[in-house]
Design a protein. Structure first.
Length: 235
């Protein structure tokens, strides 16, 4: 009985050591990954004129689904370089007022009540550094730089008010139905975990922080994406 227990204990130790030795990632690994989840983007501050607002500078916060995929290669047991693409479909709404004319006696205001639908997509490169690569559960950090395009549809109403001697009345209501497109750079840090599910398959859990520049930065300020997916080793 004692010998049997010793063999079981030894076998367990060997299995643990084997998993530690095999590890989750290693130099030379080539893999593809697919993730899906939730995206949230904060709009920039409200535009100061009608043209800016109908072009997408509504100040609305957008959320919806987010998906990404890519191919990556480990140049060392820790460092990975890759190409990635993403797509997201987001929407949001905003109600706000601007004052195109300011006068103590005569003034006007416009109340915008709009919905914003955004389709955002792009691609580029990313770099990740993996900690404890010999473990089954591997945390990583990284950075990505992607070229992105946002296709926007802004719909709703713009109600014009006029104020005379402190009396405000509705003058007209304008229907809004405009489309626009902006491009620029999406960049920012990545934090994630990967868990070895099988010899060639791993589960990924990832968080991205988004920063925007270029003309797309006129409508989007910053954002977040949380996603989960699978990674498959090709070699």
């Amino acid at each position: 009985m004692g010998m049997r227990r010793s063999l079981i204990l030894l076998s367990t130790i060997c299995l643990v050591l084997a998993s530690e030795t095999a590890g989750s990632v290693k130099k030379g690994d080539l893999e593809i990954e697919v993730l899906g989840g939730w995206g949230m983007e904060s709009g920039t501050s409200l535009g100061d004129d009608h043209a800016s607002i109908v072009a997408g500078e509504t100040g609305a916060d957008l959320d919806g689904w987010f998906a990404s995929g890519g191919i990556a290669y480990f140049t060392s047991k820790n460092f990975q370089i890759g190409l990635a693409g993403f797509g997201s479909s987001l929407d949001g709404s905003e109600r706000t007022t601007i004052y195109p004319v300011s006068d103590p006696i005569f003034g006007s205001s416009i109340v915008y009540d709009v919905d914003v639908d955004a389709t955002i997509y792009g691609g580029g490169g990313r770099f990740k550094w993996h900690f404890a690569p010999r473990k089954a559960l591997v945390p990583y950090v990284g950075v990505q730089v992607l070229w992105a395009t946002a296709d926007l549809d802004v719909s709703g109403t713009a109600e014009h008010f006029i104020t005379v001697d402190d009396i405000t009345e509705s003058e007209s209501v304008e229907n809004i139905n405009e489309s626009d497109s902006d491009s620029g750079v999406l960049w920012g840090p990545i934090v994630g975990l990967r868990y070895q599910l099988a010899a060639q398959i791993e589960i990924l859990l990832e968080y991205q922080y988004h920063m925007w520049s270029g003309s797309i930065g006129d409508i989007l300020d910053n954002g977040h994406a949380i996603s989960a997916g699978l990674c498959v080793k090709l070699k």
